[in-house]
Design a protein around this ligand. Sequence first.
Ligand code: PLP
Length: 390
Amino acid sequence: MASLPVNPETQDDLLSRGYSRRQLARIVGVFGLGAAAAATMGRPAWASAGTPDAAPNAKVRIGANECWTGPLAPGQAAAAAIIASGNRYSPHDERGDFIKAVMQVEGVPYSHVAPWPGSSDPLSRSVVTFCSPTRGLVTADPTFELAGRTAQWLGAPLKQVPLKADYSHDVRAMLAADPNAGLYYICTPNNPTGTITPLADIEWLIANKPAGSMVLVDEAYTHFAGVPTASYLAAADKDVIVMRTFSKIFGMAGMRMGYIMARPDLIAKMMRYDGGMQSGALPLPSLACATASLTAADLIAGRRKEMQEARGLALEHLKKRGLDVHPTNANMFMIDWKSKPASQMQAAFRTQSIEIGRSWPIWPTVSRVTVGSMDEMKLFCEALDKVWAA
Ligand code: PLP
């Protein structure tokens, strides 16, 4: 049996929280050491660069919630410039510079920030850390499934709670679904709906959840919404982990950068499995690119506006065709085809070399479409007229 690369105290802690020795081997899989885990879970999103959703040969790729274009210009310049100093592990203090940029933008202390290569690792890691066979996970339905898949893989109970009529998380129903959960996962804006859960609801959940549990707020798409974020809750030392990625508006999915904001004791707990190795040794071009991008407020707002215009064009077109599109605040929207399964529509779009997103089991006739560039959305609309008329 595989042994966990952690000190005996951490192993003892895991065993005392109800994990069996067999489940410890599965935790090895979560940290990327187990090919078996990857195969069983279908999509090992902690290695999510290059997902199965991606269709490299499609003319228009609006299926995987990637950005339509690459990193912001200052990020590209910073990444290119630092390559010449790549002989040094850390030519200056690039990790520190990155954390300082986060402090400046988010208003959190240095001690409350931990960078990661993307957010899939800390997402799965938080399930390992705060859930167990005796303390489950609660998520919305539909939502980004990685946390739920990790819980199932580890044998932690999973409760999936339908979104409210306005497509926000039903935090009261989530607490009622498992009043003793280890982790409550809130994705805002939510993937796949693009909808926001009000900060007041998140505050309510934090105030009413059981002792010892955590609230994980995944804000992967927040810059596309441009709304106030939950980082102040991390700065205030609440039982919360706020998670970000550079894979979305920053156009860095393949460069693997993200970070969490949380109390230092929560960060330390999440680092116990590997001493935070992944957080400490990030590739210099990714760090430099992220640091220069994060503070480029005008360029971020410009990209958001570009997305809103392309999304507006597509939504207007869909409305004219009489299709039912759910409201959205982010770079994705959900179309309910009603009379046709989403899988059939995805296949129909493929015949036009357009890769749209998939559906979620709770809504089999609803497809998620990522907002691409204006030109891509025009091609999407043209293809829609062909495949919907057919
Ligand atoms: N969280 C959400 C809501 C996502 O949609 C994704 C990816 O699509 C991730 C986290 C993980 O992304 P990454 O590992 O690229 O940061």
